[in-house]
Design a protein around this ligand. Structure first.
Ligand code: GUE
Length: 297
C-alpha cells in the first residue's frame, strides 16, 4: 500500500493561521506586536531567497519584520554590536542569525551572544541545556516542525523506535531530545554508524537529516514506518536544469513507508512556520503571558 503523504505545506499554512490569530489577540488585548529580526551576513543567493520568504511570511501573520544585511567581510565586533542592540530593543522578540556564517566569524560566539529569550532558532547553549533537561526553552524550528507532524499523524509517540540519521546541533541532536521527550526509544545514527541499513530497519520513525541527496533507499525502511525527510538538496536533472530532493529516495521509500514527507512541501515550510510560532512564544513569555498552546512542545 502506498504511503500517506504528510502535507507539510498545508500543515504549515494551518500553523501560520494559528500564529496570525495569536498575533491579532496580542495586538487587540495588549497592544503588543511581536517583532522578528533576521540577520544575514554575506550574499549567498540561496540564503537571500530564504530570508526574503521569511520576511514576507512574518508580515503576512501580522508581525513586525526587520532585516539586517551585512556584507561578507563584516567584523565580528560589528556583528556582536548589532546583536547587542537587538537584544535590548523592546520591539524585537525574536532574533535569527542566518547560518552558516562566513569563516572568519565564530559561530558559537555569535549564537551565544543572542539573548536566550530571543533566540528563536533555539541554538543558544542555554536553550540547548533547557531542552535537554525538559525545561521550557526555545525549541529549534526544524525539529519542532517534524515533531508537530509526527504527533499529528500518530497521536502518541510513546514507545516507538525512532532513528535519527544525522547528529548536527541544528537538527539531529535536538530532534533526538524531542523524540525522547515524547517517550520514543531513540537512536542517533551518523556517518560512522555500523550497519546503518540494519539500524534504520528497526525504526518505526525515521528522521533523515544528513544533507546527502537520496541516500536512504526504500529497502532500509520497515514496512509501515513513518519517514520524515529533512534534506533539501538541489541536484542536476538528466535533461538539464535542477530539482530539489531530500535525503531519502522518495519513490522507493514511499512504496514501503506508512507515511512520508515530500521535498519540497514537507519539512521546509514547517521550519518557517515554527520560526513564526517561536517568535510569538518568545513575545508572550517576554510579556509575562502564557505561551499559546499547540505552538510549542
Ligand atoms: N539560523 C538559521 N536558521 C534556519 O532555520 C536556517 C538557517 N539559519 N540557514 C539556512 C537554513 C535553510 N532553511 C530552510 C527553511 C525552509 C525551506 C523551505 O521552505 N523550503 C521549501 C522549498 C523552497 C525552494 O523551492 O527552494 C520546501 O522545502 O518546500 C528551505 C530552507 C532554514 N535555515
Amino acid at each position: 500500500m502506498a504511503a500517506t503523504v504528510i502535507d507539510g505545506k498545508a500543515f504549515a499554512a494551518r500553523v501560520r493561521g494559528q500564529v496570525a490569530t495569536h498575533v491579532a489577540a496580542l495586538k487587540a488585548d495588549h497592544g503588543i506586536t511581536p517583532g522578528l529580526a533576521v540577520v544575514l551576513v554575506g550574499e549567498d543567493p540561496a540564503s537571500q531567497v530564504y530570508v526574503k520568504s521569511k520576511g514576507k511570511m512574518t508580515l503576512e501573520v501580522g508581525m513586525k519584520s526587520v532585516e539586517h544585511k551585512l556584507d561578507a567581510g563584516t567584523a565580528e565586533a560589528d556583528l556582536l554590536a548589532l546583536i547587542h542592540q537587538l537584544n535590548t530593543d523592546p520591539e524585537i522578540h525574536g532574533i535569527l542569525v542566518q547560518l552558516p556564517l562566513p569563516g572568519h566569524l565564530d559561530e558559537d560566539l555569535v549564537i551565544n551572544s543572542i539573548d536566550p529569550a530571543k533566540d528563536v532558532d533555539g541554538f543558544h547553549i542555554s536553550n540547548v541545556g533547557l531542552l535537554g533537561t525538559g525545561q521550557d526553552s526555545m525549541v529549534p524550528c526544524t525539529p519542532l516542525g517534524c515533531l508537530m507532524m509526527l504527533r499529528d499523524h500518530h497521536g502518541s509517540l510513546s514507545g516507538m523506535d525512532a532513528v535519527v540519521i544525522g547528529r548536527s546541533n541544528i537538527v539531529g541532536k535536538p530532534m533526538a531530545q524531542l523524540l525522547l521527550g515524547d517517550s520514543c526509544t531513540v537512536t542517533i545514527a551518523h556517518s560512522r554508524t555500523k550497519d546503518l541499513a540494519d539500524v534504520v530497519r528497526r525504526a518505526d520513525i525515521v528522521v533523515a537529516a544528513v544533507g546527502r541527496p537520496q541516500m536512504v533507499p526504500g529497502d532500509w525502511i520497515k514496512p509501515g514506518a513513518t519517514v520524515i525527510d529533512v534534506g533539501i538538496n538541489r541536484i542536476d536533472k538528466p535533461e538539464g536544469g535542477t530539482r530539489l530532493v531530500g535525503d531519502v529516495d522518495y519513490d522507493s521509500c514511499a512504496a514501503v513507508a506508512g507515511a512520508i514527507t515530500p521535498v519540497p512541501g514537507g519539512v521546509g515550510p514547517m521550519t518557517i512556520a515554527c520560526l513564526l510560532a517561536n517568535t510569538v512564544t518568545a513575545c508572550c513569555r517576554a510579556n509575562g503571558l502564557p505561551a499559546p498552546e499547540g505552538l510549542t512542545v
